[in-house]
Design a binder for this molecule. Structure first.
Ligand code: GUN
Ligand code: FE
Length: 454
């Protein structure tokens, strides 16, 4: 078992047994375990050995469990456009590629196909939790929640709100937006009353696509009911100029969300590339979280977010694929780009401290996500009381991108603990830079296997 409980740490626990109950909760962790795990679990739970399912990975020296990835920003309906963005930048990209595609999901047959594929694909890449934007369509948004429930992915699902500055063919009225939002929330809360797997999230697309009246109504709902909220912030320079034109009465882009009560500890702000110090202070004050989307930011030429600056300010930062501004459904790939983009920043600022390490970007991909989504007590690491949301990685899969020679294998059984951690550190680097879905052999959410490949 490996995980990153603190920013910059990587803990490795070889020869460890983890006991999970029928609700998917981790109940014990036996490190350096020498007992038969079946006996251990039978004793712990007070039941017979026959009722325990043992997943035994002893002898697989290149396999390890890692916490499932958390994608805090993904547009499910844009999945068919992954990789298709040409030379566009945000505002023309929305009109040329994005709105036409999203409007086609009004057709439930289209929505069904797209949503099953995006949930399946992200699960196969080890994403156990995702914060999804759907479209403006109420029924299709419900279908996305149903799809996550059926396939067993932990998800926040939001009906996208757009009642202004949007094309005629893809725009709602204020009343439709309010009614649709409440309808989808009620539906999700009815389908998963405990909220154990799928929950609603308020989703004003970005300030430009909503009237002030809609923003303040959503803000009031957020404040009263404590719902999660997600939107875009400070992604592109032309976008920022446009916001200043549309909302001259506010001090800056962030202030639009601030004054309308949309910021808070359960609010996810995607991008946050060009923030001023004042705007950063508003995020700190409201404990709002950031979804860093480096793959998207490079693809549609939005910029390089200053992640170290955000982290040093005490802001929670996580990772988002931002499909299809970003071309990849893989958080592992986004983590790789987060690292490389931080190197690019250093090339212009010459401040080495901006560099993000392998361990740090894996933290953003797991614990960072859990903090931004206010699920830190539930997911992100392996700990007693948390849910078993995990991916089983195998670095030695025939035909995968990783080539590990025999002498590089960790040999858990024969070396001292410190040594195996050092060797394992190198293997984690190989995984980050060369791994992909071929290395994911199983994925568990709530202790339940949702991807199973041998
Ligand atoms: N800003 C408003 N809508 C979008 C979107 O769909 N993707 C991205 N990356 N930025 C946006
Ligand atoms: Fe986005």
């Amino acid at each position: 078992f490996a995980h990153t409980p603190e920013l910059g740490s990587l803990e490795v626990h070889p020869r460890t047994a983890v006991g999970v109950d029928d609700k998917g909760v981790i109940r014990f962790i036996a490190k350096e375990c020498t007992e038969n795990p079946l006996d251990l679990a039978a004793d712990f739970f007070g039941i017979s050995r026959e009722r325990i399912k043992l997943v035994d990975m002893t002898g697989f020296e290149t396999r390890f469990f890692f916490p499932g990835f958390i994608d805090t920003h993904i547009h499910a309906p844009q999945y068919p456009n992954n990789g298709i963005f040409g030379e566009s930048t945000l505002l023309d990209w929305l009109n040329i590629y994005t709105f036409p595609l999203e409007s086609s999901l009004k057709d439930l047959a289209v929505a069904k196909e797209v949503y099953s594929r995006v949930v399946q694909k992200t699960l196969e890449y080890g994403t156990t939790t995702a914060a999804y934007y759907a479209t403006i369509h109420t029924e299709a948004s419900k279908l996305l929640a149903d799809t996550a429930l059926r396939m067993g992915q932990r998800a926040l699902v939001g009906k996208t709100c757009m009642n202004a500055n949007s094309p005629n063919y893809y725009r709602e009225t204020l009343e439709e937006s309010k009614r649709g939002t409440l309808d989808v929330i009620r539906y999700i809360e009815h389908r998963d009353p405990s909220g154990d797997l799928v929950k609603p999230i308020l989703t004003p697309r970005f300030a430009a696509s909503c009237t002030e009246e809609l923003l303040s109504w959503l803000g009031e709902l957020r404040k009263v009911k404590g719902y999660h909220c997600q939107t875009h912030l400070s992604e592109n320079e032309n976008e920022i100029k446009w916001m200043a034109e549309l909302f001259p009465q506010y001090a800056n882009y962030t202030d639009i969300y601030y004054q309308n009560d949309l910021l808070g500890p359960r609010t996810v702000l995607a991008h946050c590339i060009h923030l001023t110090d004042d705007e950063k202070d508003l995020l700190v004050e409201t404990k709002s979280g950031v979804s860093h989307c480096p793959t998207s930011n490079s693809s549609i030429t939005s910029g390089e977010a200053r992640v170290r600056w955000l982290l040093n300010s005490g802001i929670n930062v996580s990772l988002g694929t931002d499909c299809s501004g970003g071309f990849s459904p893989s958080i592992l790939e986004v983590a790789r780009h987060a690292l490389l983009v931080s190197h690019h920043l250093v090339m212009s600022t010459h401040n080495d401290k901006e560099k993000l390490s392998v361990k740090e970007v894996l933290y953003l991909a797991t614990v960072g996500g859990s903090k931004v989504l206010d699920m830190e007590d539930k997911v992100g690491t392996f700990a007693v009381g948390k849910k078993f949301d995990a991916q089983l990685i195998d670095l030695c899969v025939r035909g995968s991108n990783i080539d590990i020679f025999d002498f590089q294998r960790p040999k858990w059984g024969f070396v001292e603990r410190g040594q195996s951690e050092k060797r394992f550190g190198n293997l984690i680097c190989k995984w980050l830079f060369n791994g992909d879905d071929r290395n994911v052999c199983r994925v568990y959410v709530n202790g339940r296997p949702v991807v199973y490949r041998e």
